[in-house]
Design a protein around this ligand. Structure first.
Ligand SMILES: [Zn+2]
Length: 231
């Protein structure tokens, strides 16, 4: 029993942590790329900072909006499913019991036991049993749009603040190098953190995130340098 309990908590924590790491990851990659691109066009530090701060705000807002829309449409679907289920339970409760029975049979219980389980769970909380075993809605997966929107905006902004801090602390001539190198280090550390928490291979995770970060910065630096010489 205590083992089961710990594993449950771990899964829950990974969900949260994955969302946080993804948000921070996005914030670092997009802001660092923006900063490197603008700096490579050999503009001054204040332009670089304005671009970076605008990128932070725009990115955090777009993360929040995207997350809010996607999570609330998930919540709407869940609510609609639950409403339909509730009315089915009120009107055709006998066939709903059959339905639950066949779900448990499908999972490997023999018919008599499946019936017994279905009856007992229906007696305790019919809607909860149907929500969990038929619709796949549990407490953990229940959608919370505002919470999700705030969390992804906050993690994005935190990630985005790191390269901006580096811009503030570095002399102009070293900006591009300092931002790229520190951002790759931040990305690698985030990858390692996420992998350790999830029990995944650490080196692979670190290489994966730094590769995509390096690619993004290289591309925007190239674009910045190109436009910087043309304009
Ligand atoms: Zn049902």
């Amino acid at each position: 029993m205590p083992r089961m309990h710990r594993e449950e908590h771990r899964t829950e924590r990974i969900g949260w942590l994955r969302a946080a790491v993804l948000g921070a990851n996005d914030g670092i990659v997009s802001t660092a790329s923006l900063v490197v691109g603008v700096a490579a066009a050999s503009t001054g530090r204040s332009e670089v900072l304005v671009a970076g701060v605008a990128g932070l705000v725009a990115g955090a807002m777009s993360m929040a909006a995207g997350e809010y829309v996607s999570v609330s449409s998930q919540a709407d679907t869940e609510q609609a499913d639950l409403t339909r289920e509730r009315s089915e339970l009120a009107t055709i409760s006998e066939s709903e019991l059959d339905e639950l029975t066949s779900i448990y049979e499908g999972r490997g219980l023999d018919p008599a036991l499946a019936r017994q389980v279905a009856e007992q769970l229906t007696a305790k909380d019919a809607l909860a049993a149907h929500a969990r075993d038929e619709l796949g809605i549990s407490e953990i997966t229940t959608a919370r749009p505002v919470q999700a929107a705030l969390a992804s905006a906050a993690t994005f902004a935190t990630g985005a603040a790191l390269p901006l801090l580096v811009v503030l602390l570095t002399p102009d001539a070293l900006l591009v190098y300092a931002v790229s190198i520190t951002s790759l280090i931040f990305l690698a550390l985030l990858g390692i953190l996420a992998a350790r928490a999830g029990g995944a291979p650490v080196l692979k995770a670190a290489l994966r995130v730094t590769f995509w970060g390096a690619l993004a910065m290289a591309l925007t630096a190239a674009v910045g340098a190109l436009f910087g010489t043309v304009v």
